[in-house]
Design a protein around this ligand. Sequence first.
Ligand SMILES: Cc1cc2nc3c(=O)[nH]c(=O)nc-3n(C[C@H](O)[C@H](O)[C@H](O)COP(=O)(O)OP(=O)(O)OC[C@H]3O[C@@H](n4cnc5c(N)ncnc54)[C@H](O)[C@@H]3O)c2cc1C
Length: 316
Amino acid sequence: MHSQTLQRWLAGERVSPLPARRAGQKPPALSFEFFPPRTEALEQQLWACIRRLAPLRPRFVSVTYGAGGSTHARTHATVARLARETDLVPAAHLTCVGATRAEVDAVARGYWDAGVRHIVALRGDPPAGTAYAPHPGGYATAAELVEGLRRVADFEISVAAYPETHPTAISPAADLDNLKRKLDAGATRAITQYFFETATYLRFLDRCLAAGITAPIVPGIMPVTNSAQAARFSALCGTAVPDWLGDLFENIEEGAETRRLVACIVAAEQVRTLQANGVDEFHFYTLNRPELTYAIAHILGVRASQPASVEAASFA
Ligand SMILES: Cc1cc2nc3c(=O)[nH]c(=O)nc-3n(C[C@H](O)[C@H](O)[C@H](O)COP(=O)(O)OP(=O)(O)OC[C@H]3O[C@@H](n4cnc5c(N)ncnc54)[C@H](O)[C@@H]3O)c2cc1C
């Protein structure tokens, strides 16, 4: 019986392990994304998250802009505080929805005056259930916004990219043309929508290069702790949720701690595979919770400028 078992194991295909980081290999460059807090409690959570992640010395940290510009004041307050009170390099997300060009330009100028030098330039989404229509007198697309920002000030500009194609794009090729237009208009990097299949992202890099794109296409990493929630969210933004992800979260709906451990392993495997394929820049969607991002960054070889002596109370 035993010998049969061993025989079966020995007959299995041999798979190479992911390579360990080479001695002396530089740790990757990271950026972290936050959303602006809506309440005092969420404000506390955000700043605890920022304090926890700051010692990992990200290249920049970005703050999202709510649908339709709804968080303008909160985004501005958060980004301005980052510029004023921390050593971090803040980046403000800015969208075209619901505002004239002059209004968007004024927001951008406000960022410049607050010391913010990096904008993540996006079109933005229409209110749920409606189709996108440009605001009369507004920027119609992210590419137009990038052009507009170049006229306002000498911002560093990042834009969005979609390894699985933007959900309303005419075709994958048209979406890629659009990405190239945004970069040609003056953006210096793209940050991708999150994805679960690493191969999808790597194939997308091939397509970008074939289209003449040479700017970094930084993978957006979303550590997911709840696959049902991820499926709802992903349906809206066009990210495929593979069956294996659902399988990994099966029957642990009630086990928050187990779900976090599984989430960490899934995301760590993803970033280590990307790292083994040569990718050395990562953007994390933190959802204002630091621990998964911290642990995954650590696995990637990033070390804090001070030891992680205190496990954040916000590991929840
Ligand atoms: C990293 C990242 C951060 C994000 N942050 C925010 C945020 O803070 N706030 C927020 O509201 N949303 C955010 N989003 C979501 C984003 O606003 C939506 O995905 C939105 O639907 C598209 O924005 P875009 O900048 O990619 O638009 P665009 O690049 O303008 O593209 C939008 C669509 O129009 C098509 N298109 C553009 N130009 C043309 C053309 N000339 N001809 C034909 N088709 C064209 C594109 O192919 C695409 O389908 C973010 C997305 C990512 C990936």
